[in-house]
Each structure stands twice: as C-alpha cells, then as structure tokens.
Design a protein around this ligand. Structure first.
Ligand code: SAM
Length: 318
C-alpha cells in the first residue's frame, strides 16, 4: 500500500544518515570507530556544507547528551527514539560515560538489521558482552537486551505498544531519563509527535528530551528541502509543525514539560568550541559560505526538561 511505501522510505532515511556520518568521519570531521561496521564503504563524495552540517548536528546532540550525563552523574537511562544505526552506545562505553541502561527504538526491520550487525561484528558485540554480568543476554532476531543496552523494534506512533515494550525491558520511570530524537519526529504528524512527547512527560518525573529536526521550512530553501524529501515519497506529515523555533518549544510546553529551549543550527555552530570548528573548516575548502548558513538555518535543536529531583536540568544549555 501507499502507507507501506511511505514507511519504507522513512526507514531508508537511516541509511542516508549513516552514510553521511560515515563519509564525514572518513574525512576527519569527528571520530567514530564504529560507524564503519554499519556501512562498509565510504561511498560517494558529499559536499563540504553537508559534512559541516552533520558535524554541527553530532556535536550539538553530544553536547546536550554529555551535559545530561554530568548532571545525573550517569545515574540515569537514555532512550534514543528512531535511533537507526546510531553508534552513541559505543562512544559512551569508550568514554566511560555509560548510563545505567541505554535503550534504542526503531521500526522492527531496522532493529533486526542493527542486531544482525552487532551479532556478526566482534568490535560491536564485545563492548556489549563486557558490560553484561549475568547469563541472561537476550539476542534474538528482533530484540536485544543486555544489562546496559537494549534495542527494541516498535512503531513510535503506537504509544501503548511502545510503553508495553519499554516496560518489558525494564525502563524505570523513577530514574532520570534522557530522550533523544534525531531527525525522527518530522516523519510523524504533529498529533503523533505531540502524543509521544506527552507520553514521555507524563511517564517520567525527571527527564530531558532533545529533538533535532528541520525548522523554518516556509521559505524558498525550505520548500526545496521538502520537495527533495517528497520526491523520495517520504511521509512528511510533520513538516507543518517545523515552522519556527517557537513552535518547536511549544510542542513541549503544551505537553507537560517545564522548560524548553531551541536554537537553530547556525547559532549552535557559532557556540560550539570554535577551535574545533576552525579545525574542521580547514579540512575541506568551502567556497559558498552562504550555502552553509542557509542549510544550518533550516535545522534546529530543541531541548525540554522536567526536574522533580531538582538536578538542575533546566540549566543544561550551550
Ligand atoms: N536518529 C538516527 C540518526 O540521526 O542517525 C536515524 C535518523 S533517520 C533520518 C530516521 C529514523 O527514524 C529511521 O531509522 C526510521 O526508521 C526511524 N523512524 C521514523 N519513524 C518511525 C516510527 N514511527 N517508529 C519507529 N522508528 C521510526
């Protein structure tokens, strides 16, 4: 059906993200020794502005994630929604920054693919086994559950199903919890994404939600971005919500979150450590600075907190 085609197109976006991250790391934008096990070849050349955009995206998400881990002293859990083939679990293991448990959710088909990669690649499976103490490691085709890492196949638009599965794998509502969604909510309707962020706020008393996605889509550049995605038959029901930074914050403030902040990626790019920005700007020559600016102005990071335990989550910022 058309809907299956649309879901299939959405699933394929996880390959795009991983391919671009693989390419940017091969050029030295940042270090990720694990992405190569999810996408074997470096692939076609990507334009410098694309690589810089991914650099800002990864640095921005990591900045907020690491700040949350510091505030909670790693006594927390992380739930990566629509995680795709993301490698954050392995980075945190290597940097000794592991939360009590790291959860990932994606469509069952993507979860199965990721699990297959982990099963067949020792550099991926070793850290997982090292962090597991009992003999109860569950590793079947569709789910993976170890002491510290869990992959769940579920549809984020089905809240009761999601809630059931996360509970089954011992997501603890009493622990401070970080939700990540990186280029995911845009593929749902505004109603569906609101229900998801609402579920997170009613289920957890101390939590942070970090969302990265398109914004300011109403101008010409935004229209071209939308047309590109539509050409691939992606279900872009959520784009109408990505109008402004204000509407990004509102989605959270209307659903029980206490604080919300949002920045466009141009701003993020100008506040992340500038010595490292200078380093990556020397990697590849970029003639048209305006192109990069336009691109960065059409993506944003929004983060929201609620903080019953008074850990100071509302101070997390750039
Ligand atoms: N977050 C990863 C990253 O940034 O590298 C992947 C981003 S990719 C653009 C979007 C991901 O969201 C895909 O893996 C897709 O399968 C997942 N996704 C989108 N809608 C979903 C839904 N309704 N349920 C579960 N996963 C979904």
């Amino acid at each position: 059906t058309d809907l299956d085609t649309a879901d299939e197109a959405v699933r394929s976006t996880c390959d795009d993200a991983t391919t671009c991250k693989r390419y940017a790391t091969s050029k030295g934008y940042w270090t990720d020794p694990y992405v190569q096990y999810f996408v074997r070849s470096v692939g076609e050349r990507k334009a410098p502005e694309i690589n810089r955009g991914y650099y800002a995206r990864v640095q921005g998400m990591n900045h907020l994630l690491d700040a949350f881990l510091r505030k909670t002293k790693c006594d927390c859990q992380i739930v990566n929604l629509g995680a795709g083939l993301d490698t954050t679990f392995w980075r945190l293991k290597d940097e000794n920054l592991m939360p009590r448990k790291y959860f990932e959710v994606d469509f069952p088909m993507i979860a199965a693919r990721k699990i297959h990669n982990i099963k067949t690649k020792p550099p991926l499976s070793k850290p997982l086994i090292e962090t597991h103490s009992t003999d109860s490691l569950l590793l079947d085709g569709h789910s993976l559950d170890s002491d510290r890492y869990c992959i769940i196949g579920a549809d984020l638009r089905d809240i009761p199903g999601l809630d059931d599965k996360l509970k089954k794998f011992h997501l603890n509502p009493e622990l401070p919890t970080l939700f990540l969604s990186e280029c995911v909510l845009v593929y749902m309707t505004p109603d569906q994404s609101s229900k998801l962020v609402n579920w997170a706020s009613v289920t957890f008393h101390t939590a942070m939600f970090v969302n990265y996605e398109q914004v300011n889509m109403l101008d010409r550049f935004g229209q071209v971005m939308i047309e590109n995605l539509q050409r691939r038959q992606c279900n872009l029901a959520g784009v109408e919500v990505c109008q402004s930074l204000e509407s990004q914050k509102e989605r959270f403030l209307k659903t029980g979150w206490e604080n919300a902040d949002a920045l466009d990626m141009m701003t993020v790019y100008s506040v992340i450590p500038q010595d490292d920005v200078a380093r990556i700007e020397r990697l590849e020559f970029l003639d048209e600075k305006e192109l990069l600016q336009q691109l960065l102005q059409h993506y944003s990071i929004c983060w929201a907190t609620k903080d019953k335990l008074k850990l100071g989550l509302s101070q997390v910022a750039f």
